[in-house]
Design a binder for this molecule. Sequence first.
Ligand code: RTP
Ligand code: MG
Length: 147
Amino acid sequence: MERTYVMVKPDGVQRNLIGNIVSRFEQKGYTLAAAKLVTLSKETAETHYSEHRERPFFGELVSFITSGPVFAMVWEGEGVIKAARQLIGATNPSEAAPGTIRGDLAVNVGMNVVHGSDSPESAEREIAIFFKEEELNDYQKDSNKWV
Ligand code: RTP
Ligand code: MG
């Protein structure tokens, strides 16, 4: 079954948005495979965002993402990688459609409340950064038969 990495960023944790964000994935019909509140080290943050190493905002991005705890999650279900990106909305919240997480809950491109893996390769890489294999729960929910 397909899995993706989703993370409530420090601004989302500070603004009490964990429940709101988790709820959207649950209501859509996805299954939570793993979750934890964790404060990223500079090294982990740089590894996670390594594709942006050369970008002018990299320092700011790493400093922001390590500024407080994040809520790290693995979500599972049919087409979840692409669907998570759709639920999250455009990178810049000012361009994100209403109804999406960023469209509803954020204003600033730097503080856009949530991260979601952008491809199957990224999902696999990012899940491995944050979770050990034994932390990934493999279970069925009865409600899955309705979605
Ligand atoms: P994320 O990785 O955090 O889920 O966001 P994303 O895929 O929608 O966007 P991405 O291109 O991967 O950028 C990663 C994060 O860098 C910050 N950013 N700032 N100042 C800027 O122009 C700028 N561009 C990107 C954003 O916080 C974005 O989420
Ligand atoms: Mg990205």
